[in-house]
Design a protein around this ligand. Structure first.
Ligand code: FNR
Length: 365
């Protein structure tokens, strides 16, 4: 393909031209008025970088280690659902791209490919993202399968007792094409069963199956049924970070679900530091939401993240160019991150410091 894509955002425009409106809106949009969606990006652009000069940057190492796993860079793949809406190979292409980049991928429980199929693509560090369904036996089965197929951790999404109000999906009467399924849930539940209260099949699906009663006791329960480490994804406050630690989780992902749940929550990068302070190094803190540049990765690490996850750019790139597109997204972010490090004067991820960034709060002091 002769297409010269030079940054991650370009994939969004190309994907828009290629996908159906229903599919593109599903990937692209946030909830209600898109306030948090815009803010996830804008908050990054309000953070300034403080470069140090005349540092020998002839050798830069962007490798890191996440929960004991060595990966080539602190940039990982977030769980986003329904990759076959973007490309026929779906999550298999994503898994291959993540492995080729030697980085970690979280597989969504709402993927169109099963854990078994993803595992069969070859070696790779993978975590499994979990929603808890009304029937707890389903959760137990999913956790067993994750263990069986070599997934290294369970990522419990904690911001979705109900689906946020995604008005584009309501307007488009979002419906999964009949050849696509929730592959991990096949045989575990009646996939056709959903209340028809919303015009969006996704909202009806979540309303029918997600367990709205999920609470901190269940986080303890989840840990009692598996030897895998459990991370929680969707923390936005210091208070909840403290509760997560009390519940014994092994990692925290600061996330607002790509601004698809509660609108008007802050950008994740704006609340990262308060979570990091509350956690005080006891478990790693990660971030997702609005990562589109290597400099965003740098800012998140300077504010205390142990790594970041990338959501939408992966399905956009899949839609445009399949596995090669997803690979290129990871490569571009890696290259930009490395260049940012060089121009700021740091040679390894460990050398990234709080002093390398200036936030709005800093300027007000
Ligand atoms: C998501 N996200 C998500 N999260 C999750 O825990 N389980 C899931 O199945 C999904 N599915 C999903 C689908 C789509 C289309 C999007 C855009 C997002 C949220 C995702 O993991 C992550 O939090 C955000 O995507 C990060 O923000 P950016 O990188 O998309 O801005």
């Amino acid at each position: 393909m002769s297409l010269e894509v030079v940054n991650v955002d370009e994939y969004e425009l190309l994907a828009k031209a290629k996908m159906s409106k229903m599919a593109f809106d599903y990937f692209a949009r946030g909830s209600e008025d898109q306030v948090s969606l815009r803010e996830n990006r804008e908050a990054f652009s309000r953070i300034r970088l403080r470069p140090r000069i005349l540092v020998d940057v002839s050798n830069i190492d962007v490798a890191t280690s996440v929960m004991g796993f060595k990966i080539s860079m602190p940039i990982m793949v977030a769980p986003t659902a329904h990759h076959k809406l973007a490309h026929p190979e779906g999550e298999l292409a994503t898994a291959r791209a993540a492995s080729a980049a030697d980085t970690l991928m979280i597989l969504s429980s709402s993927a169109n490919c099963s854990m078994e199929e993803v595992a069969a693509t070859g070696p790779g560090v993978r975590f499994f993202q979990l929603y808890v369904y009304k029937d707890r036996n389903i959760t137990i089965t999913l956790v067993r399968r994750a263990e069986q197929f070599g997934f290294k951790a369970i990522v419990l999404t904690v911001d979705t007792p109900r689906l946020g109000r995604r008005e584009a999906d309501i307007k488009n009467r979002f419906k999964l094409p009949s050849h696509l399924v929730y592959k991990n849930l096949e045989g575990l539940m009646n996939l056709e069963q959903m209340d028809k209260s919303s015009h969006s099949e996704l909202a009806s699906w979540a309303d029918s199956h997600f367990d709205r009663s999920l609470n901190w006791k269940d986080v303890e329960w989840l840990q009692s049924i598996t030897h895998l480490p459990v991370l929680v994804k969707g923390i936005l406050t210091a208070e909840d970070a403290s509760l997560a630690l009390q519940a014994g989780v092994k990692g925290i992902i600061v996330s607002n679900h790509g601004a698809r749940q509660l609108d008007h929550v802050p950008a994740t990068i704006s609340v990262l530091e308060e979570v990091v302070y509350a956690v005080r190094g006891r478990v790693p803190v990660f971030l997702d939401g609005g990562i589109r540049r290597g400099s965003d990765v740098f800012k998140a690490l300077a504010l205390g993240a142990s790594g970041v996850f990338v959501g939408r750019p992966v399905p956009y790139a899949l839609a445009v160019d399949g596995e090669a597109g997803a690979t290129k997204v990871l490569q571009m972010l890696r290259d930009e991150f490395e260049l940012t490090m060089a121009l700021i004067g740091v040679r390894s991820v460990k050398e990234i410091r709080r002093q390398h960034v200036l936030t709005e709060q800093d300027s007000m002091k």
